[in-house]
Design a binder for this molecule. Structure first.
Ligand SMILES: NC(=O)c1ccc[n+]([C@@H]2O[C@H](COP(=O)([O-])OP(=O)(O)OC[C@H]3O[C@@H](n4cnc5c(N)ncnc54)[C@H](OP(=O)(O)O)[C@@H]3O)[C@@H](O)[C@H]2O)c1
Length: 256
């Protein structure tokens, strides 16, 4: 490409775009093993409001953890009136609402529902979700709960990361916390960065936000690849369970 010599502004804009594009390519196009890394970007996420869509075992554990670290959290489910006990135990920063109310309330959204619900949530709330800077996809397709047929469909689409993106077009998705059990979250968070959370995403800004939010509750994010790598962020893969960041990077080597 050639530039008009007098067009310095255009040149600066071009190189600015190249830098942004390179970041995107690093996430989406580089062979996985070559760039598995610990994210270092740290935007200020203190006090960000969080929608916890799904307030069962994992959603209630995550929401309680974020409230404990100073985040206003709105728990949401199809039956928010049943979440009174959870709100009472999770503390004054939490409340319950409908899915729509929680998304409207929040700066960032966590999706912590059975995978069968993701398509429906996308149909009903896709536009609102696409306006958020980050949707953390904690949901997993699990055959015994969601059915063999759904799991096959997800695999045919390249795995949970790409499928969630299909269900939520335009959303800035990062998969995270997918295979750290609800019952261990609070205890592991006390280890202050010793435990890694593998994450996968295609959007550099969303990855930066997710990374800062993960650090805030005592874990260390480890970017393992673009959303296509989200297929490994499910229970039963080498990346599931509680591991150090170094162990996650090691386990991720060779996966693609
Ligand atoms: N449990 C874990 O240790 C763990 C760890 C990592 C990841 N995950 C993943 O996190 C997700 C949730 O797991 P879980 O164990 O927390 O499940 P769970 O205990 O069954 O809770 C599911 C939650 O989702 C809500 N929900 C279901 N359908 C919904 C819909 N259409 N719209 C809004 N809310 C809906 C449920 O409430 P209502 O039925 O009242 O709507 C409930 O609050 C799963 O995809 C799972 O694989 C779980």
């Amino acid at each position: 490409m050639t530039f008009n010599r007098s067009s310095r502004l255009a040149r600066r804009e071009f190189f600015g775009c190249m830098v942004a594009g390179a970041a995107a390519v690093l996430v989406a196009g580089t062979p996985f093993a070559a760039w598995a890394q610990v994210i270092t970007a740290t935007p200020n996420v203190a006090g960000m409001k969080i929608a916890m869509i799904g307030a069962g075992r994992e959603g209630s554990a995550l929401g309680t953890l974020y409230a404990k670290h100073g985040h206003p959290v709105m728990f949401a489910s199809r039956h928010p009136e049943q979440l009174k006990d959870l709100v009472a135990s999770a503390g004054a920063l939490t409340k319950a609402g409908t899915v729509e109310e929680a998304i409207a309330f929040a700066d960032v959204v966590f999706l912590v529902v059975p995978y069968t619900a993701v398509e429906q949530i996308g149909k009903e709330q896709g536009k609102a979700l696409s306006g958020k800077p980050l949707v953390v996809d904690v949901s997993n397709p699990i055959a015994r709960r969601d059915g063999e047929e759904l799991v096959k469909q997800v695999n045919d689409q390249g795995g949970a990361g790409l499928m969630t993106q299909k269900y939520l077009p335009g959303a800035h998705i990062v998969r995270a916390f997918n295979a750290i059990g609800a019952s261990t979250l609070a205890e592991l968070s006390e280890k202050k960065g010793e435990i890694g959370v593998p994450i996968a995403g295609d959007d550099p800004k969303a990855i930066g936000l997710a990374s800062a939010l993960i650090r805030e509750v005592g874990f260390e994010p480890v970017l393992v690849g673009g959303l296509a790598m989200g297929k490994y962020l499910v229970p039963g893969t080498p990346l599931s369970g509680a591991h150090s960041p170094a162990e996650i990077k090691q386990a991720a080597t060779g996966l693609k």
